[in-house]
Design a protein around this ligand. Structure first.
Ligand code: ZN
Length: 214
């Protein structure tokens, strides 16, 4: 399947591709978007133009977007439902950008709308890489700590636990991301269990693609 990936770094995209292939059960060829994003809110700013480009200028079939939650609100509910919109939830914000962008165009006859799936790594993608290795990580602990106002681990701690340093080289970060993604690809349910909102929503979106094609 031909897919565009939009995320905060090329290392994240390397991992995302492996996880996406595990969810789809087929290999993915990446269609390179014309713009790269660097962090939040840049991803939300380039999302509309990238969606348009992939839809009208390439033969991509889908776009996957993944961002870190950082300290933002992790809302529960259907982020694709305008009635359940939460203004501080990054999943809801990205889905809103997708809806608004699509409203502005009319597709030519026979061109199928791009499938989309949005993922939110809580609080950062390194949390996913530690799933099953570090009993502290997961959305439940992060959210409980957020409510209590005291975190037992920070995003910096997660980086050190994954890379051994806060500032890995891109090459090392990518290699570690791919190693952990390959491990998780064999047990994708583990990520859905530990990260039911941010990863679970993404997995449900991807599984919907098949239904949308019928
Ligand atoms: Zn939301």
């Amino acid at each position: 399947m031909k897919v565009g990936l939009l995320s905060e770094s090329p290392a994240d995209e390397a991992a995302l591709r492996i996880l996406l292939e595990a969810l789809l059960g087929e290999s993915v060829s990446v269609v390179q978007p014309p713009l790269r994003a660097r962090g939040w809110p840049n991803v939300s700013q380039v999302l509309g133009p990238i969606l348009w480009h992939l839809q009208f200028r390439t033969d991509a079939e889908a776009l996957v977007v993944c961002v870190d939650a950082d300290d933002s609100t992790v809302h529960e509910g259907d982020h694709g439902d305008p009635d359940a919109f939460h203004p501080k939830c990054r999943l809801c914000l990205l889905e809103m950008v997708i809806r608004k962008t699509r409203k502005r165009w009319k597709l030519p006859e026979g061109r199928r709308p791009l499938h989309t799936a949005v993922a939110l790594a809580v609080p950062a993608v390194e949390g996913w890489y530690l799933a099953g290795r570090d009993p502290e990580v997961g959305e439940a602990t992060w959210r409980a700590d957020q409510a209590a106002g005291h975190h037992r681990y920070t995003r910096r701690d997660l980086k050190i636990r994954v890379y051994g340093t806060r500032r890995p080289t891109l090459e090392f970060e990518t290699r570690r991301a791919q190693e952990e993604a390959r491990r998780l690809a064999k047990d994708i349910a583990l990520l859905e269990t530990l990260f039911p909102v941010g990863f679970g929503y993404f997995a449900r979106c991807v599984r919907e693609w098949r239904r949308e094609e019928r």
